[in-house]
Design a protein around this ligand. Structure first.
Ligand SMILES: [Zn+2]
Length: 127
């Protein structure tokens, strides 16, 4: 589960695609996933809870990322199924409204630079 998040950060789109459950994989095209991951700089992942039953697992997590000049956050309760490995099947999403990052604000990527001067998250977003 965490591995999918780090795959987003490193633009390992094939991994994300492969860990979709086969029933949902077709709806999540590699190109669309790739465009999303490349337009974002991920700031944090917080896993709030993990539940595991026989062949079903739930992960409740919260993600924040910078997209253009917005700080976006969402939390999701993801459902995974176990079939020789954990596969993401679906999730209940709660979007928070994106917050505009002021040019003179401290950049939320953690660089300690003003947003207008910060290039660190841009490097990662375009990698
Ligand atoms: Zn930054």
């Amino acid at each position: 589960m965490r591995s999918r998040y780090s795959a987003y950060c490193h633009h390992d789109i094939n991994y994300i695609h492969q860990t979709y459950h086969v029933s949902t994989r077709a709806d999540n095209a590699v190109t669309a996933l790739s465009q999303f991951a490349k337009s974002c700089h991920f700031v944090s992942l917080n896993v709030n809870s993990v539940e595991e039953h026989a062949d079903e697992g739930y992960v409740h997590f919260c993600v924040s990322y910078i997209q253009h000049n917005l700080l976006c956050q969402f939390s999701e309760r993801s459902r995974f199924v176990y079939q020789n490995g954990w596969y993401y099947i679906d999730g209940v999403l709660q979007d928070a409204s994106p917050v505009k990052i002021g040019r003179n604000d401290l950049c939320p990527c953690g660089s300690n630079k003003k947003f207008k001067l910060c290039t660190e998250h841009k490097l990662s977003a375009n990698a």
